[in-house]
Design a binder for this molecule. Structure first.
Ligand code: FES
Length: 178
């Protein structure tokens, strides 16, 4: 007699194709999609996306099977979470242990000095923000930087600066032509 397979709920895969959702999924997987991992997962989500959009909160709520009211409650309780996008371009540098050991602080310092802004600040023209995150769940790729949603591995101050300067210069050129 054939045994019936138990109907285990499978986690949803985000349809956007945005690789940041894959990274977030990996984090949730590491926590076995436990509800208790909500705070950690929100922290990684903010690190990856720069802020917690409603769409992102709904996604986390669905993946962890935690009611939206609870997700929203936790997210609003902690001051480290933000719900609005920052500058036109956003560079998130991971300063978690693995990334710190591999020199992420030098990346933060270099970018910070070049744009004259500190962690969490946006340039006066609104073009660029610099933020840091505790751990983006990809420690094997340390140091990790997320620029405008694109995850880059094994970064150096020079490689990050090149990427940042390129995107900011492009936007400036577009503004000048408009
Ligand atoms: S410490 Fe940077 S990804 Fe984990």
């Amino acid at each position: 007699m054939k045994r019936k397979r138990s109907a285990k709920k499978k986690p949803v895969v985000h349809p956007s194709g945005d690789s940041r959702y894959n990274t977030l999924d990996l984090t949730m997987k590491q926590f076995k999609f436990e509800k208790d991992a909500l705070l950690e997962v929100l922290n990684v989500a903010q690190g990856l996306f720069g802020y917690l959009s409603e769409e992102l909160l709904i996604y986390v709520s669905r993946q962890l099977h935690v009611p939206m009211s609870k997700v929203y409650g936790v997210a609003t309780f902690y001051h480290m979470f933000t719900f609005e996008p920052l500058g036109e371009h956003n560079c998130i540098v991971c300063t978690g242990t693995a990334c710190h050991v591999k020199g992420s602080d030098r990346i933060v310092q270099t970018v910070s000095e070049a744009f004259n802004i500190s962690d969490g600040e946006t340039t006066a023209d609104g073009l660029f923000s610099l933020t840091t995150a505790r751990c983006l769940g990809s420690c094997g790729l340390a140091p990790v930087v997320v620029l405008d949603g694109k995850v880059s591995a094994k970064e150096t101050p020079e490689s990050t600066m090149r990427k940042v300067q390129d995107v900011v210069a492009l936007t400036k050129a577009e503004i000048a032509l408009a």
